[in-house]
Design a protein. Structure first.
Length: 468
């Protein structure tokens, strides 16, 4: 990075030449200091070209398990034709005299890293400014690109490698003690479906959950039921990306489901007066709940990630934490537009980056997904969906921590009263728990899934009484 003009004067970018020299001097006088320094910085963190070259030479010699001293470094630089660029043998001698001990190499390396971080920020900010002046790009896209650059720097800062078993043990012990203290089987975001929560412990942090079904089986209804329970009943900040329905339609469905008001009658103004009070009451409840809906169509995976991170950052500034992200639905996420990339490759990339988003923000990400037509293959002997029916990519099964499949037999046997209103949520995969079936009821007029009656789980509420 070159000289920059600020306030009418030329200014050098942030740097710490003394700290850079102290790091290199420490590496030259004590072999253990090489590992310590390399855990914090690499050659790109050094502002001085000479120091970058010397750091790279030291690391190459160390990687060959050779002795690191003035002679070997000098020979390494001579063989690569870089001794002159590195300041010559006189500068190498000066480095050794810079420090008397390598005990503080970690401190010096951290100073070097911080100065490099500031230079990265200046470089990204400069690019952002230049793009704003020199392009006809849509301003909203420029904002997303700017966030991408800044977040990349933040990620670089947050990267960590190995963590000692001692530190991990402390974290695990703390979590286990908290669990013993609370004695709560639900350690994640509760969904309100008791058997599902019992089997999974709720939607867990850093997990990617795939909720899949064939069309008209109730994917959106179930996702909204879960989002409502999290945001309204438990006050857990929840973000919903609706790539198919408008925010108003989604809100209406959530309200009707919660108030148990007939969706059709509500939209046509035919709702019974005794349900109107329940409807308006739910509107007020949801209005006050920490739930955000983004109904932008045609979003790609980068835009979804950036918007989720932006909301998470905004909440953190208010000392709150985003707790759940719902995406309806995965196949509507636009690909990255890479040349020669088919849809299966695009979906693989999307699922991988959704998993990364869950880990980065440390919250559950639930992505709705379509199942392919094999789920309705008559030769298979039934319509019960299975993992292999996931559409577009086997990576969905691989990347997901939980895969749940919705099955409603009444959709295929409309004249059979024995299956009317019955639904099954099949936990087809769970990385850290059991698989199996969760029996539910589906009230189609309210687009609402409910727990079955009679209650089969200790502590579950009585059956829902439908309004007349």
């Amino acid at each position: 990075m070159s000289l920059k003009k600020a306030g009418g004067a030329l200014r050098l970018p942030p740097q710490a030449e003394d700290a850079e020299m102290a790091v290199l001097g420490s590496m030259l006088i004590e072999r253990e200091a090489i590992e310590t320094a390399c855990e914090t910085v690499d050659e790109n963190h050094f502002y001085s070209k000479a120091n970058r070259i010397i750091f790279g030479a030291v690391k190459r010699i160390y990687d060959r398990q050779s002795a690191v001293d003035l002679i070997t470094i000098s020979e390494e630089l001579k063989s690569s034709g870089q001794l002159s660029e590195a300041g010559g043998e006189g500068y190498l001698s000066e480095l050794i005299g810079k420090v008397s001990t390598a005990a503080h190499v970690q401190h010096y390396a951290e100073i070097v890293r911080q100065k490099a971080l500031l230079r990265d920020l200046i470089g990204s900010a400069t690019t952002i400014v230049e793009n704003c002046y020199d392009t006809d790009e849509d301003p909203d896209k420029l904002v997303d690109q700017a966030e991408d650059k800044i977040f990349a720097i933040a990620q670089k800062r947050a990267l960590q490698g190995f963590v000692s078993a001692d530190k991990i043990a402390d974290d695990v012990t703390r979590n286990l003690e908290e669990a013993m203290k609370n004695r709560n089987a639900i350690t994640g975001v509760p969904t309100g479906f008791y058997r599902f929560d019992e089997m999974t412990g709720g939607l867990q942090k850093a997990d990617l959950i795939i909720l899949a079904a064939r069309p008209s089986q109730g994917k959106t209804a179930m996702a909204l039921n879960m989002a409502y329970h999290a945001a309204v009943e438990k006050s857990i900040p929840t973000a919903v990306f609706s790539l198919e329905m408008s925010r108003n339609s989604l809100f209406e469905r959530m309200v009707c489901s919660a108030a148990m008001a007939d969706v059709k009658n509500t939209r046509t103004g035919m709702l019974k007066r005794d349900r109107w009070a329940a409807l308006t009451s739910e509107i007020d409840r949801i209005r006050r709940a920490p739930i955000w809906i983004d109904d932008s169509s045609g979003l790609n995976i980068t835009e979804i990630r950036m918007r989720a991170k932006r909301l998470s950052s905004e909440l953190k500034r208010k000392n709150k934490e985003l707790g759940l992200i719902v995406i309806d639905y995965l196949q509507l996420i636009q690909g990255g537009g890479k040349r020669n990339e088919n849809r299966q490759q695009e979906v693989s990339e999307i699922s991988r980056r959704l998993k990364e988003l869950a880990r980065t923000l440390n919250l559950p990400v639930m992505a709705l997904s379509q199942l392919n037509r094999r789920a309705e293959d008559k030769d298979r002997g039934g319509n019960r969906p299975q993992l292999s029916d996931l559409r577009d990519s086997g990576s969905l099964e691989q990347d997901a921590d939980v895969v749940a499949l919705i099955h409603r037999e009444e959709y295929y046997k409309r004249d059979d009263p024995a299956v009317k209103g019955l639904a099954t949520l099949i936990i087809a995969k769970q990385r850290n728990g059991p698989t199996g079936d969760v029996d539910l009821n589906f009230l189609s007029q309210f687009t609402k899934f409910t727990n079955p009656a009679p209650r089969s789980i200790e502590g579950a509420p009585e059956a829902v009484i439908l309004p007349s």
